[in-house]
Write a protein that binds this ligand. Structure first.
Ligand SMILES: Nc1ncnc2c1ncn2[C@@H]1O[C@H](COP(=O)(O)OP(=O)(O)OP(=O)(O)O)[C@@H](O)[C@H]1O
Length: 260
């Protein structure tokens, strides 16, 4: 059972959630990774999911991303029940995921990675790749997000961690996703690079996307999130509007009263 009674966490008055999860359970054999979790995302909102190791954060986003099927519970998008049976279906529903591993190809350049798996082709036969279009669209999207990379011809292996993360985020934009999921986007990044990635997260909101972000970094969470959802042992133990809470309160929810 959720430990807190549902309060009014609606960030936008009278807005309908773009995504609603109700009573989600996920069991891996005897492991209860998620137990009766309700989770909403509103339009143009950044929601942070926080919790200790093993709290169920990744499991929750994998259910939204179509990687795992829930053991029980319902999912609604714009009020309509949906089944997210695969990552492809998630994409069709407008849900895009940037995983920690980023899934970039080190030995290929920026436009090739930007268009990975959806390369535009020339002519009716569709045999030749339209490199000019790839370069133009890559430049346009990166510019519109304020992403600066040293050169488009650079192999991804020579980009910094922050530049890779920016590329991995930027390349989801042309898919037109309305909900962007990010798993620890600032993990292993320095201060300056983290700042750039956090700015990019805020930019996605300006572009009318909603963002679900997992982070262990409380400062980063408080920098970007509108709302913070806390999981502990697979249970949602709290949910706070960012402006109505403190890092201290969130940490207490993460570790639980018994640890204090
Ligand atoms: N595929 C799986 N098979 C079996 N157990 C799993 C699987 N995925 C997750 N679990 C278990 O479910 C629980 C929640 O794991 P999850 O990865 O969702 O936590 P998390 O909050 O993302 O943790 P972390 O911050 O360490 O990544 C853990 O006990 C984990 O061992």
């Amino acid at each position: 059972m959720n430990e807190e009674k549902q309060k009014d966490f609606t960030p936008i008055q009278n807005a309908q959630p773009i995504l609603e999860l109700k009573g989600i359970c996920k069991y891996f054999g005897g492991i209860h990774a998620l137990e009766n979790v309700d989770f909403d995302v509103f339009p143009e909102e950044i929601v942070a999911i926080v919790g200790d190791n093993g709290a169920g954060k990744s499991t929750l986003i994998k259910i939204i991303a179509g990687v795992h099927a829930p053991t029980a519970g319902e999912i609604y998008m714009q009020g309509k029940p949906v089944e997210i049976a695969s990552p492809i279906q998630a994409r069709e529903l407008g849900i895009e995921t940037v995983y920690q591993e980023l899934a970039l190809i080190e030995t290929r350049d920026v436009p090739s990675n930007f268009f990975l798996g959806r390369e535009p082709t020339l002519g009716k036969m569709g045999i030749f790749i339209d490199r000019k279009r790839m370069v133009d669209e890559t430049v346009n999207t990166l510019n519109s997000l304020g992403i600066k990379l040293p050169s488009l011809n650079t192999m991804v292996r020579y980009l910094s961690g922050g530049q890779r993360q920016s590329l991995a985020i930027g390349r989801i934009m042309p898919w037109g996703g309305k909900i962007i999921i990010m798993d620890e986007p600032t993990a292993a990044l320095g201060v300056k690079e983290s700042r750039k990635v956090l700015d990019l997260v805020l930019k996605l909101k300006e572009k009318e996307c909603s963002v679900i972000v997992i982070s262990h970094n409380m400062r980063h969470v408080f920098n970007v999130a509108d709302r913070i959802v806390v999981l502990r042992g697979g249970v949602k133990v709290g949910e706070r509007i960012k402006n109505q809470t403190t890092p201290d309160e969130i940490v207490k929810l993460i570790v639980g009263a018994e640890m204090l």
